[in-house]
Design a protein around this ligand. Structure first.
Ligand SMILES: *Cc1c(COP(=O)(O)O)cnc(C)c1O
Length: 335
C-alpha cells in the first residue's frame, strides 16, 4: 500500500534501479556498497529533483498556474529539471540564476535554453532573493506564477522522498538485503527530510547520513532547515510526530573549498566510479558525497557486515561545464 495519497504529476520513470557496486566494494575492502540510481529518473537526464517536482507541479496545476518560477546556481540541476517539467505541462518557466551571464553556455545551462525558459541573471542574489520582484511583474502582466522553492525543498517536495524510501524498502526486501545506512548529498534539505519521514512512517531504521555540500553561511544553520522541512511535512501529513536535531546526521567535514569547487576528494571519487563501475558522478554533489563515503569507509566508520546504500541524486550534466578540471592526464597509449 502506498504511504501517500497526495496528487502528483507523472514526470519520471519509477522505480529507479537499485544496483550493487561490487568492484568499488572490492577496491575499498568492504562493506558492501549499493547504489540507488536516481540519476536515471528519466526527466531531462534525471536527478533527485524529479521526485520533488512530481508533487510540486501537481500543486501548481491545481492552483491554476500558467508560469513556473524557481532559482538556483548557474549549473543548477534543480533548475534544469524544473524547466523540463514546465515544458511537459506546457507552462512558461522563469529561472533566476546566481551570477552573471557566462561567455559560453554548457552543461545544465545549455539544456535550460533548450527547454525554452526565460533566464534572469541575479548576480549575488544566489538563492532566489529576486523572485518576489519577478512574481510581481508577472502578475502585473496577467500571468499566474507558481514559485517552486529553492531546490524544490518544502513540505510538498519532500513527499517525493517519502515515496522514494518506500520504493527502496521494497527493492531491498526483494533482494533479501537489509540496508543499514543511506548516504546522500544534502544541500537544500528536501531529500534529507523526506527520507527521515519515510524511515519513520515505514518503521525502518536506516541510518541516514547526509553529506553537507555547501558551507553554512546563512543565518539559519542548514541542519535547522532540514528539521523545519521534516516537521512541516509531518504536520501536513497529520503524523503527530516531532523530530529534533538529534535525529539528523549531517556530515559537514567535506565542504572543501566551498560550493561547486572541485577538489581531490571529488576527483578521486568521480574517476573511481567512472573507471570501475562505468557510472558518472557529478562535480558538485555526488562526487563530493561519494568522496565523503570513501573517506568514511577508509576511516573505519562502518563494520564489515554493514550494507551501505549510496543514493545517486544525479547531476552529471554539470560535468560538461567543468571540462578544464578533467583534462585527461598526458599519458600516451603504450599499444
Ligand atoms: C539538489 C541536488 C542534491 C541535494 O538535494 P537536496 O534535496 O536539495 O538536499 C543532491 N544531488 C544533486 C545532483 C542535486 O541536484
Amino acid at each position: 500500500m502506498a504511504l501517500l495519497t497526495q496528487q502528483k504529476s507523472n514526470l519520471g520513470f519509477f522505480p529507479t534501479p537499485l544496483v550493487e557496486l561490487s568492484r568499488l566494494t572490492a577496491i575499498l575492502g568492504g562493506p558492501r556498497i549499493f547504489m540507488k540510481r536516481d540519476d536515471m529518473t528519466g526527466l531531462a537526464l534525471g536527478g533527485n529533483k524529479t521526485r520533488k517536482l512530481e508533487y510540486l507541479m501537481a500543486d501548481a496545476v491545481q492552483q491554476g498556474a500558467d508560469t513556473i518560477i524557481t532559482a538556483g546556481a548557474e549549473q543548477s540541476n534543480h533548475c534544469r529539471q524544473t524547466a523540463a517539467a514546465a515544458a511537459c505541462l506546457q507552462m512558461d518557466c522563469h529561472l533566476v540564476l546566481g551570477g552573471e551571464p557566462p561567455e559560453s553556455i554548457n552543461g545544465n545551462l545549455l539544456l535550460d535554453n533548450l527547454f525554452g525558459c526565460h533566464i534572469h541573471w541575479a548576480g549575488n542574489n544566489r538563492k532566489g532573493e529576486d523572485i518576489p520582484m519577478i512574481v510581481d511583474k508577472l502578475r502585473k502582466a496577467g500571468k499566474k506564477p507558481y514559485v517552486v522553492p529553492y531546490g524544490g525543498s518544502n513540505h510538498l517536495g519532500s513527499l517525493g522522498f517519502i515515496s522514494a524510501l518506500e520504493e527502496l524498502h521494497f527493492q531491498a526486501n526483494s533482494i533479501n538485503t537489509n540496508m543499514t545506512h543511506i548516504i546522500f548529498a544534502s544541500s537544500s534539505g528536501g531529500t534529507h527530510a523526506g527520507l527521515m519521514l519515510g524511515n519513520h512512517m515505514l518503521d525502518e531504521n536506516y541510518e541516514l547520513i547526509g553529506i553537507n555540500i555547501d558551507k553554512d553561511e546563512s543565518s539559519t544553520p542548514f541542519i535547522n532547515t532540514i528539521l523545519d522541512i521534516a516537521n512541516q511535512t509531518a504536520q501536513q501529513l497529520d503524523l503527530q510526530h516531532t523530530f529534533n536535531l538529534d535525529d539528523i546526521t549531517l556530515e559537514s567535514s567535506y565542504t572543501g573549498d566551498g560550493y561547486g569547487v572541485v577538489g581531490d576528494l571529488e576527483k578521486e571519487a568521480i574517476s573511481l566510479l567512472a573507471q570501475h563501475e562505468g557510472i558518472l558522478l557529478d562535480p558538485v554533489y555526488t562526487g563530493r558525497a561519494m568522496g565523503g563515503l570513501i573517506n568514511m569507509i577508509r576511516a573505519g566508520r562502518f563494520s564489515h557486515s554493514d550494507n551501505i546504500l549510496f543514493w545517486h541524486t544525479g547531476g552529471a550534466p554539470a560535468l560538461f561545464a567543468y571540462s578544464e578540471e578533467f583534462n585527461p592526464s598526458p599519458v600516451s597509449p603504450t599499444v
